[in-house]
Design a protein around this ligand. Structure first.
Ligand code: GAP
Length: 431
């Protein structure tokens, strides 16, 4: 990592912990490598991103996207049919002098090749057992992708929703991979959250929908405030395609250490539905009323990471500027996703100012994420709110009781304006 970017990475990790976005898991026991807990602001940011994703994939008149929320533990048959039992592995090498393990393509530069063992394949699925007796029939796996929960529910959704091609099924939730080299904070962890869509379409439309989803997903990342020059599309080379994909393009983000995957858009063809048909013996075809024929829909899959997006948002929204000769640090979160949208700051702890602040909060919190911030001087409170990315602060001052107005301070411009209390709701609704 180049010096300035290394600085950025370290700052993001430090602020995440000090301000309540992300904590090391099991920290009172010294932590567990590459496991993280999300604190109050991290949970809010993650929920807001998930809500924005659901809104965005449903904002199009022509698209039908059906949500599902599927089990983490599925029948092991699912992973046999999907190919994960046989294929979901990474080549792993051991460093002979220390016994340290690395993914073969992620060995640190300072390690000599002759000190490494030959690569061996290592399945990335976490295995556990179901029920009290542990034997070969009790083995189950924590899902390594949310996608398979969609494929095994294809017929359920088709039937109950009377779905017509093209349509999508979307699933969001935790996935687990026993990554050999997790790291770079929450970029690559063993437990993470995915947000995936399997979009079913006719074979002749696959190119259209592949390109459609690349553009739609790219637009979503831009709408979150990630600047265009930090995003790019990278088509996969033939030899890096997953076992199920005929074509994949990644949306990449410029992380502090360079370009890396944010989301993959893959053409999974008919691989999954036909594999599950074969393994389960169930009919997973679609009856096309236009041709009166049963067909196997082709699948275009936009597969994103919720926790990875959160990391990209922290990196791309972090900023520093100079105010009154001192450095101000801030997250420039969009109003839509900011953990706290409006902070209410009574200028003193006097009862009447606190009571007005509570009334304002009661009024605004039905529509917006708000908090009353009472501690320290007003300047320090502004700085704290900037640091956690709150777009607006409302100051309740000694004039407020008389003029029924407050001062709104904008995080980005630091401009202040006087607004009547009874116009606040309207003001924030029209941002
Ligand atoms: N169903 C296809 C699939 O799972 P993937 O490219 O392996 O494709 C999709 O994963 C997305 O999930 C990635 O683009 C990334 O955002 C996220 N992801 C994958 N592995 C991850 C990990 N170990 N830690 C955090 N996020 C991960």
């Amino acid at each position: 990592m180049e010096k300035t970017n290394k600085d950025l990475f370290e700052k993001i990790v430090t602020i995440s912990q000090s301000r309540g976005f992300v904590f090391n898991a099991s920290s009172i026991y010294g932590g567990l490598r590459s496991s993280y807990d999300y604190g109050p602001l991290g949970v809010s940011l993650k929920n807001n991103l998930a809500a924005s994703w659901w809104r965005d994939i449903n904002n199009d008149d022509v698209l039908s996207i059906y949500p599902v929320d599927t089990a983490i533990i599925q029948s092991s048959e699912v992973w046999k049919a999907s190919g994960h039992l046989a294929e979901f592995s990474d080549p792993m090498v051991d460093h002979k002098p220390t016994g340290e393990r690395f993914r073969a393509d992620q060995v640190p530069d300072d390690i000599k090749k002759e000190d490494l063992t030959e690569p061996r394949h290592f399945n990335l699925m976490f295995e556990t057992n179901i029920g009290p007796v542990k034997n070969e029939n009790s083995a189950v796996y924590l899902r390594p992708e949310t996608a398979q929960g969609i494929f095994v529910n294809f017929e359920n959704v088709l039937r109950t929703m009377r779905a017509k091609l093209p349509f999508g099924i979307a699933n969001i939730g935790k996935s687990f991979r026993n990554e050999i080299t997790p790291g770079q904070f929450i970029f690559r962890t063993r437990e993470f959250e995915q947000m995936e869509i399997e979009f079913f379409c006719k074979e002749e439309d696959q190119e259209h929908w592949f390109n459609f989803w690349i553009n739609k997903r790219l637009d979503w990342y831009k709408s979150l405030g990630i600047s265009e020059d930090k995003l790019r599309i990278r088509p996969h080379e033939e030899d890096e395609l997953a076992h199920y994909a005929s074509k994949t393009s990644d949306i990449e983000f410029m992380y502090p250490w360079g370009w890396g995957e944010l989301e993959g858009i893959a053409n999974r063809g008919t691989f999954d539905l036909t594999s599950h048909e074969r393994e389960s013996g169930k009919d997973l075809t679609y009856f096309d009323p236009e041709t009166n024929k049963k067909i196997n829909p082709v699948v275009i899959e936009p597969a994103g990471g919720l926790t990875r997006t959160l990391f990209a948002i922290l990196c791309s929204n972090y900023d520093e500027d100079t105010v009154n000769d001192s450095t101000r640090t801030l997250f420039r979160f969009n109003f839509d996703i900011a953990p706290i949208q409006i902070a209410i700051l009574p200028l003193s702890k006097k009862d009447n100012l606190i009571n007005i602040s509570k009334e304002i909060k009661n009024n605004l919190q039905k529509s917006f994420r708000t908090e009353i911030d009472l501690t320290q001087s007003i300047g320090k409170r502004y700085r704290r709110q900037d640091e956690i990315g709150t777009p607006y602060c409302i100051t309740v001052d000694f004039e407020t009781a008389d003029d029924k107005s407050v001062t709104i301070r904008n995080r980005d411009t630091m401009d202040q304006e006087r607004v009547e209390i009874n116009k606040l709701h309207h003001y924030f609704e029209n941002i």
